[in-house]
Write a protein that binds this ligand. Structure first.
Ligand SMILES: [Zn+2]
Length: 306
């Protein structure tokens, strides 16, 4: 019944990005014990098409902050306050300072053991005619840096820009992204807004355009790319094993992906620091840092021939 309600919820919610108000307080306290890894390994050894859904927890282990917790603020705001179309249209300079900071931090980080285990698993299983797809909510590119090839980034990318005038999407890793943002974006609450004039913020380089650029990420309240979401749906429909890694399952619609697969009777394994609002739907739950639990889960099984 609950599952039915949830499926109905995703249909009514559609493709819009939002965060539920579930708190982690009571869940964090009620430690959910880890499942039997050898049981998971049996299922893993037979899986032909593995979908790995990842979230901020994977990047957090590389030191990438998400500004989602009470203790993780940029100046006095959390990302929900700044990652919105309203905030960007009212305070483009402030929102660009925030993303400039996030870009600079992300560009300085390296993939961790979880990213590497996923990438290695994809390459290894490919040789056996098996498939791994990463469906990530992370906006850094640590999965790609680790070597993952089949990655669907449903919340966009920090290293891409999109022009508000012509719609052009560009890969952009410049540091700083523009002269006016140099040394700006400090998260220190005592630092005042830089108030950069809008014509000095990142601008489109297409000839005769010069439109204002924005980070090519999905802001809260915006819809996800429907073309990309169609690909995700397809992957969720054909996978025969699903991993939900480092995500607290409170940001929709991604929070529904794991339960959606589980409702088909397909095994879903959750890897997280603590239990989440969705843990009860999943076959397996492995508690602890993903950089510790995933390498063991995805290591070569002794039945693998290549
Ligand atoms: Zn343009």
């Amino acid at each position: 019944m609950t599952m039915l309600l949830q499926r109905r919820a995703i249909m009514s919610v559609g493709l819009r990005l939002f965060s539920s108000h579930a708190t982690s307080g009571p869940l964090a306290d009620s430690a959910c014990s880890s499942s039997d890894m050898s049981e998971f390994r049996k299922v893993f050894s037979k899986a032909q098409h593995i979908a790995i859904i990842t979230g901020a927890g994977v990047s957090a282990e590389s030191g990438v902050p998400t500004f989602r917790g009470e203790h993780e603020k940029w100046r006095k705001w959390q990302s929900q306050d700044l990652a919105s179309p309203e905030a960007f249209s009212r305070y483009p300079s402030r929102v660009w300072e925030f993303y400039h900071h996030r870009r600079e931090v992300a560009l300085s980080k390296k993939p961790n053991a979880a990213h590497l285990a996923i990438a290695e698993c994809e390459a290894r299983l490919k040789k056996q005619g098996r498939e791994v797809v990463v469906i990530t909510q992370c906006i850094d590119d640590l999965h790609q840096q680790a070597g993952s090839k089949h990655v669907l980034r449903i919340h966009g990318s920090l290293t891409e820009t999109r022009c508000l005038s012509c719609g052009d999407v560009d890969v952009n890793r410049r540091s700083p992204i523009c002269a006016a943002l140099k040394n700006k974006g400090s998260p220190d609450p005592n630092v005042a807004d830089a108030n950069i004039p809008v014509d000095k913020l990142p601008r489109c380089s297409e000839s005769d355009c010069n439109g204002l650029l924005r980070p090519n990420v999905v802001f809260f309240g915006e819809t996800l790319d429907s073309h990309l979401l169609t690909k995700v749906e397809k992957e969720l429909e054909i996978c025969d094993l699903c991993l939900v890694v480092g995500t607290s399952s409170i940001v929709y619609p991604a929070a529904m992906f794991g339960p959606q697969v589980a409702s088909r009777g397909v095994p879903v394994a959750e890897f997280n620091l603590r239990a989440t609002p969705k843990s009860e739907y999943f076959t397996y739950h492995f508690q602890g840092p993903c950089g510790t639990t995933l390498p063991a889960a995805l290591a070569p099984h002794n039945s693998e021939v290549v």
